[in-house]
Structure formats: structure tokens, C-alpha cells
Design a protein around this ligand. Structure first.
Ligand SMILES: NC(=O)c1ccc[n+]([C@@H]2O[C@H](COP(=O)([O-])OP(=O)(O)OC[C@H]3O[C@@H](n4cnc5c(N)ncnc54)[C@H](OP(=O)(O)O)[C@@H]3O)[C@@H](O)[C@H]2O)c1
Length: 306
């Protein structure tokens, strides 16, 4: 599928500056507004069962991945922790991201319980997952965890519009990340103006359209992919990193997981980035309602017990 896969880092174009992470893979890093470095690409675990998450995380880390994203709400944090340990990768090499669910915002043990499920004594990134319930209490928990060294960076997820506007008047610590829906059909143009003011980085969810074939099948990705010997999905993921986004495609397919890391040995030209930009129609896949926010606040994940 990928004729370029066997290329060694020595043959990559000189201007690419990523670090080698395994025999064939290169990784680029993003420097956050607090100086912490985060891999530009990783693996997401939304909708993966515990067994699938354990397998995907273990295999991804064995290939050279160093960024893993999970959440209280995915009910797979114990499995993600097992996958990390089984991979043999050193804890300090892994950038582990998770999210507090609204039901936990007023639980003063939420951070410790999250760490216990993951089997770690700190995470690299801790989000509040939704602007629902008493989210300011949730944000204060993040700030406390950051000061106590339990979270090396903090983030907000799904806080576009009025929510980030309100938070700006209240935060003591500026977050390092926002995690929101982003892909070539929806590039978060308006939000990015606010993020630039504070040096907040964007981590894209639904980066491949959550499996929507119409995005992956856009002819422009096939055309660019043919030039570089890459799949359409790899071109989309590379577009994310060139936009400055961290990207965490979800997958339970080991071939896809391998492809999704193998994106740092080529670069879209300015003209190709401009061609992709023409796909932006300001259209999300996921439309959240106020009713859903209420339902989010009322729901409590049935956490794994083992
Ligand atoms: N903060 C939030 O509210 C929020 C919401 C949604 C997601 N997220 C995070 O963002 C991550 C990414 O989102 P997502 O997983 O929902 O959507 P996604 O990454 O856009 O798409 C995942 C889908 O794409 C397929 N896929 C993956 N790699 C592929 C490849 N190389 N070629 C073709 N198909 C491929 C996967 O199938 P296979 O399994 O067959 O590979 C899966 O069906 C999540 O896992 C989660 O960590 C956060």
C-alpha cells in the first residue's frame, strides 16, 4: 500500500526536522506554551473497547508512537494503562492524555482516581472533556493537578465560542491545548484566532472524519498521495500537522495504525495546502445541543473495575 514505507530517515528530504522513533518512523514535536514538548501525532481511543484499546495502544507504542489519548468517558483507561506497560516503552517517553468527565468535576478525588485507573502517577495532559455541569470546578481541578505535578499540561475539550470566552476571564493558568473537531471540511478558523492570542495548541478530533468515506475519498488526497507514495488518510493527517495541529486518529487496525504514524517523511507544498484549503466548508460532523450538554452533566461513566 505504501511504497515509501521502507525508506530510511537518511533518505528523507533535508528540510524535514523530525526525530527518529523506531527503525523507519520519524516524529515531530510541538512545543507548548509552558515549554513541554508533545508529539505532533498519536493514537486516539474513542469507541475502542478495553480489549481493543489495550491492543491498539500496545502495538502503537511498539511501533514508535509516543502520544496516547483517552478519557474517563471512554471507559478504557485501565486497558490503556495495561497497553502502555505491555509495550515496554518507558513511562517518561510517553505523552499520555486523558479527560475528566463532567460527573467528576466536583469529585475532589477525580484526578487521583483517574491516575489510579491508568496506573500512572502523572499524566502529560489533562482535559476537562465538556463545558457541562460545574465546569469551572473541573478547571480548578486541572489547575490544582498542574501545580501538584499530577498533570504536565492542561486542556479544554469542546470549549469553542462562549465557553472559551468565559474561561478566559477566570483561568489562573492558561491551558496548553484545546481538543475540538477539526479536519479539512472544518478547520476551526474563528477559534484559531483566540488560540493564537494565548499560544494554545489545537488537538484535532475526528481528524479523518470519524470514518466518513467522503472526506477520505476527496480526489485531492488521492492526487497528492500518488505524488508522495502515501494513502489519502496519510495526506490528511500530514495536513493536520502542517496546520500546526496535534492529531490523534483512532484505530483498531494495526495496518492503519502503522500508516498513521508514517507521515513525517514528506511535506505538502504551499500550493497543495491551498488546494486542501478549498475543501473547508465550515461544516462539522458533530452538532452538540444544549440538551446534550445537560445529558452529559447527568451521565456517569461505568468505570472499569479491573
Ligand atoms: N474530545 C472529544 O470530545 C472527542 C470526540 C471524538 C474523538 N476524540 C478523540 O479523537 C480521536 C480521533 O477521533 P475518532 O477516532 O472518533 O475519529 P477519526 O480518527 O477521524 O476516525 C476513526 C476512523 O477512521 C478509521 N481509520 C483510522 N485510520 C485509518 C486509515 N489510515 N485509513 C482509513 N481509515 C482509517 C478507523 O477505522 P479502523 O479502526 O478500521 O482503522 C475509524 O473508523 C478519538 O479516538 C479520541 O481520542 C475526542
Amino acid at each position: 500500500m505504501n511504497s515509501e514505507r521502507n525508506k530510511t530517515t537518511e533518505t528523507r528530504p533535508k528540510k524535514l526536522t523530525g526525530q527518529k522513533v523506531g527503525k523507519e518512523m520519524i516524529m515531530e514535536y510541538i512545543t507548548l506554551n509552558n515549554g513541554v514538548k508533545c508529539p505532533a501525532a498519536g493514537i486516539g481511543t474513542f469507541m475502542l473497547s478495553p480489549a481493543e484499546a489495550e491492543n491498539s495502544v500496545r502495538e502503537a507504542l511498539k511501533m514508535g508512537y509516543r502520544l496516547v489519548d483517552t478519557a474517563n468517558a471512554y471507559v478504557n483507561e485501565r486497558a490503556v494503562g495495561r497497553g502502555m506497560r505491555e509495550s515496554g516503552a518507558a513511562r517518561e517517553e510517553i505523552f499520555l492524555s486523558t479527560k475528566l468527565w463532567p460527573s467528576e468535576y466536583e469529585n475532589e478525588n477525580a484526578v487521583d482516581e483517574t491516575l489510579e485507573r491508568l496506573g500512572v502517577d502523572y499524566v502529560d495532559l489533562l482535559y476537562i472533556h465538556q463545558p457541562a455541569g460545574n465546569w469551572m470546578a473541573g478547571y480548578r481541578q486541572l489547575e490544582k493537578a498542574y501545580k501538584e505535578g499530577k498533570a504536565r499540561s492542561i486542556g479544554i475539550s469542546n470549549f469553542e465560542g462562549e465557553f472559551i470566552e468565559e474561561l478566559q476571564t477566570k483561568w489562573e493558568i492558561v491551558p496548553q491545548f484545546i481538543q475540538v473537531e477539526a479536519h479539512p471540511y472544518f478547520t476551526q478558523q474563528e477559534l484559531r484566532r483566540t488560540l493564537d492570542r494565548y499560544g494554545i495548541r489545537l488537538m484535532s478530533w475526528y481528524p479523518l472524519g470519524h470514518g466518513d468515506k467522503s472526506l477520505i475519498n476527496e480526489p485531492v488526497f488521492t492526487k497528492i498521495g500518488q505524488k508522495y507514495g502515501k494513502t489519502p488518510a496519510q495526506v490528511i493527517l500530514r495536513w493536520h500537522t502542517q496546520m500546526g495541529f496535534a492529531v490523534i486518529p483512532g484505530s483498531k487496525n494495526v495496518d492503519h495504525i502503522k500508516d498513521n504514524l508514517d507521515i513525517m517523511d514528506f511535506r505538502l507544498t504551499e500550493e497543495e495546502m491551498a488546494e486542501v484549503a478549498k475543501l473547508d466548508r465550515g461544516e462539522r460532523y458533530y452538532h452538540r445541543t444544549d440538551e446534550q450538554l445537560k445529558a452529559f452533566a447527568a451521565w456517569r461513566p461505568a468505570f472499569e473495575t479491573k
